[in-house]
Design a protein around this ligand. Structure first.
Ligand code: ADP
Length: 405
C-alpha cells in the first residue's frame, strides 16, 4: 500500500511516504507561520529506482505562512520530485494525533464524527490536538476522496485498569473533568513491544515487558500479556520520569508553596515544570551527551542530574516488576535509550540479586543497529535495545484499518 504519514505540530509538519511499509521519502517543514520557514526533502533514490546517489537531501527556504499553504506545497513537492505524481495514487494518509482521551482505544478512520470527537478532546491537549486536527481538516477540504486514519498516542494505554488510571483526588474531577491517567508515547511502546515479540519468538499476547522510551520526553510502560497495564506519563506528559526539561513526579504541594512564595501565575508554573525543569532545570542543559561527558569529567552538578535521572528510572523498573509478576524483557528505546550504553549500564546495574537482571557490559558497549540483545546468558530477564519507528507503526495501523474497510 502507498501511505503518507503526517505529524502536524503547532509550527512544524513532518511527513513520510511509505510503499508496502518501506520508507521512500520524507518531507519536513519547520517554522510554519514565521518568515524563516524551511523544508527538507529526503529521498531514498535506490527505492524509487532513480540513478545517482543513494540518498538525496534537498533544503528549500520558502515562506510557509499557514498549515494550509504548507500542506498544498507538501503534495506539490512529492509530485515535483516524482516521489508519487498525484495524491490519487495514495491508498491513504495516516495522522499522528496526540490525544484520543477515553474515546479511542484503537486507530480510527476519519469521518465527520471522528473529527468532532477529536475536537471535543482539545481541552485535554490544547497545544497538540488543534494542530493535528488542522492537518486532517485541510487535507479533507483539499482532497476529499483520500481516506485518512487517525492514530492516537494515548490509544495503547486504554487497557490500563482503573486502579492505575484514577487519581486519589475527589472523584468528581474524574467524572466532570475527565482527569485520569491517559499515558502517551503509545505508538512507540507498541512498536518496540511488537519488535520484541518477533526477536524473542513468542506471541506478544504471552509477553510481559517493561519498555523504556528515553528521549527528550521519557516514559516507561508495564506491558502484561501484550497490553499496557500502567505507564509513567499521566493526565499530561508531565508525570513520571525526569525528562529533558520536564520535572516528572514531584510532590504536588510544591506548587502552591512556590506560588505563594514567588508569586507565580498558573502559566508561569506550567512553563517552569514543563520547560525549565528536568535535566535542564538541574544542570542547565538537556543534552544527555554533554551531561554524561561533564559528569565523567567530575563536574558535580552534572553527576547530580545524572544520578536523579537514573534513580527515578530504577524506581519505576522496581515498581513495574512487582505489578507484572514476571518480566520477560526490558526494552531501551528513544534517543537516549538507543544511543547511550552508559545510561543503559547505569540503569541496569546491581539488579542481579533483586530481580535476576544481568546486563552483558561488552554486548551493551558494542551494541549497534536497529536491535541488539544486551543481557548475559544467566540473566533471568532479557534486555534489548530496539530503535523505535513511530511512523512505520502508524503506516502499519493505517494499512490495517484501510484493508478492513
Ligand atoms: P525527542 O523526544 O525530542 O524525540 P530524542 O528521542 O531524539 O528526543 O532524544 C533526544 C535525546 O537523546 C537528547 O537528550 C540527546 O542528547 C540524546 N542523545 C542522542 N544521542 C545520544 C548519545 N549518543 N548519547 C547520549 N545521549 C544521546
Amino acid at each position: 500500500m502507498k501511505i503518507v504519514v503526517i505529524n502536524s505540530g503547532s509550527s512544524s509538519l513532518k511527513s513520510q511516504y511509505f510503499v508496502d511499509q518501506q520508507s521512500i521519502a520524507s518531507i519536513v517543514m519547520e517554522s510554519i507561520g514565521s518568515k524563516n520557514s524551511t523544508i527538507t526533502v529526503t529521498i531514498d533514490n535506490k527505492k524509487i529506482e532513480q540513478k545517482g546517489i543513494e540518498q538525496k537531501k534537498i533544503k528549500i527556504e520558502t515562506p510557509l505562512p499557514t498549515h494550509h499553504e504548507a500542506l498544498k506545497i507538501l503534495f506539490e513537492l512529492y509530485s515535483k520530485y516524482k516521489i508519487f505524481l498525484s495524491i490519487d495514487e495514495l491508498d491513504g494518509i495516516g495522522h499522528r494525533v496526540v490525544h484520543g482521551g477515553s474515546k479511542f482505544n484503537k486507530p480510527a478512520l476519519i469521518t465527520t464524527d471522528v473529527i468532532e470527537t477529536i475536537r471535543s478532546l482539545i481541552p485535554l491537549a490544547p497545544l497538540h490536538n488543534p494542530a493535528n486536527l488542522d492537518g486532517i481538516e485541510i487535507i479533507k477540504s483539499l482532497y476529499p476522496d483520500t481516506p485518512q486514519v487517525a492514530i492516537f498516542d494515548t490509544a495503547f494505554h486504554q487497557s490500563i485498569p482503573k486502579e492505575a488510571y484514577i487519581y486519589p483526588i475527589p472523584y468528581n474531577y474524574y467524572k466532570d473533568l475527565d482527569i485520569r491517567r491517559y499515558g502517551f508515547h503509545g505508538t512507540s511502546h507498541q512498536f518496540v513491544a511488537k519488535r520484541a515479540s518477533s526477536i524473542i519468538g513468542k506471541s506478544l499476547s504471552h509477553l510481559n515487558l517493561i519498555t523504556l522510551h528515553l528521549g527528550n520526553g521519557a516514559s516507561v510502560t508495564a506491558i502484561k500479556d501484550g497490553k499496557s497495564i500502567d505507564t509513567s506519563m499521566g493526565f499530561t506528559p508531565l508525570e513520571g520520569l525526569m525528562m529533558g526539561s520536564r520535572s516528572g513526579d514531584i510532590d504536588p504541594a510544591i506548587i502552591p508553596y512556590i506560588v505563594r512564595n514567588h508569586h507565580l501565575s498558573v502559566d508561569e508554573v506550567d512553563t517552569m515544570l514543563n520547560k525549565k525543569s528536568g535535566l535542564l532545570g538541574i544542570c542547565g542543559t538537556n543534552d544527555m551527551r554533554e551531561i554524561i561527558k561533564r559528569a565523567k569529567d567530575g563536574e558535580d552538578i552534572y553527576r547530580t542530574a545524572l544520578d536523579i535521572y537514573i534513580h527515578r528510572i530504577r524506581k519505576y523498573i522496581g515498581a513495574y516488576t512487582i505489578l507484572l509478576g514476571r518480566v520477560d524483557a526490558i526494552i531501551f528505546t528513544g534517543g537516549i535509550g538507543e544511543n547511550s550504553s552508559y545510561i543503559r549500564e547505569l540503569v541496569s546495574r546491581d539488579m542481579e540479586q533483586s530481580i535476576g537482571l544481568h546486563i552483558d557490559i561488552e554486548k551493551n558497549r558494542t551494541a549497534e543497529g536497529d536491535t541488539s540483545s544486551l543481557h548475559s546468558r544467566d540473566s533471568k530477564i532479557d534486555i534489548y535495545l530496539i530503535k523505535t519507528d513511530e511512523e512505520l507503526e502508524i503506516t502499519r495501523e493505517c494499512e490495517y484499518i484501510l484493508s478492513n474497510l
